[in-house]
Ligand binder design. Structure first.
Ligand code: IMP
Length: 191
């Protein structure tokens, strides 16, 4: 089994990605690597932030690794929150306050089109490779569902009448932004 560091401690993301890469790859989290640093995410693009995270780990530990960065892009908000999705409601925000801010800004908006976009940056043998995934959908009028994380309760993917937070983990992985980006990563790693 090949070890690959995923530069995250987000257990939801780890579960999603492990389900796709096991058993060929053993995915190592930052905590398992012994890294508790606050890794900067100061770039203004998803690619830039994914690379910052992967590069930080590669520079410090010299191991093959990958990182992802995700943004929710809402058309009527000119693509916001986008690269600022994690802290949209300010420094002390959480998933609930971020969703509240989106729903507040979307009050009375009829155009509710949005997409999740993920970029994965892989550093393998010192070379950088990018993989992108996106999923189109709409912003719900109110949160629905308990599964998933982040903005999942307010995102309804096209072709479904349920939010990401109401879909099974397997179904979300099959159609989601990160699922599609990781699928490309898997195809690259296991041609
Ligand atoms: P990051 O990729 O961890 O920086 O995520 C940026 C923001 O998007 C955070 O607020 C996450 O909670 C949110 N996010 C990332 N992936 C997902 C997802 O699959 N569903 C819902 N929200 C997500």
């Amino acid at each position: 089994m090949t070890s690959l560091v995923f530069a995250t401690n987000n257990t939801h993301k780890l579960d999603e990605v492990r389900a796709m890469l096991q058993p060929e790859y053993s995915i190592v989290s930052l905590a398992e690597l012994g890294c508790y640093d606050d890794i900067p995410e100061t770039a203004d693009t998803l690619e830039g932030n994914a690379l910052l995270k992967a590069q930080y780990i590669f520079n410090k530990y010299g191991v093959d690794c990958f990182a992802d960065d995700t943004g929710l892009e809402i058309d009527t908000l000119n693509g916001e929150p986008g690269v600022y999705s994690a802290r949209y409601a300010g420094e002390a925000c959480n998933a609930q306050s971020n969703m509240d801010k989106v729903l507040h800004l979307m009050e009375n908006k009829t155009d509710r089109k949005a997409r999740f976009r993920t970029t994965v940056a892989l550093i393998q043998k010192g070379e950088v490779h990018y993989f992108e995934g996106k999923v189109e959908g709409i912003i719900a009028l109110a949160p629905q569902g308990e599964k998933g994380f982040g903005y999942d309760p307010i995102f309804i993917p096209d072709g479904y009448d349920m939010s990401f937070a109401q879909l099974s983990a397997d179904k979300k992985n099959e159609i989601s932004h990160r699922g599609l980006a990781v699928k490309k990563l898997v195809e690259y790693l296991n041609p």
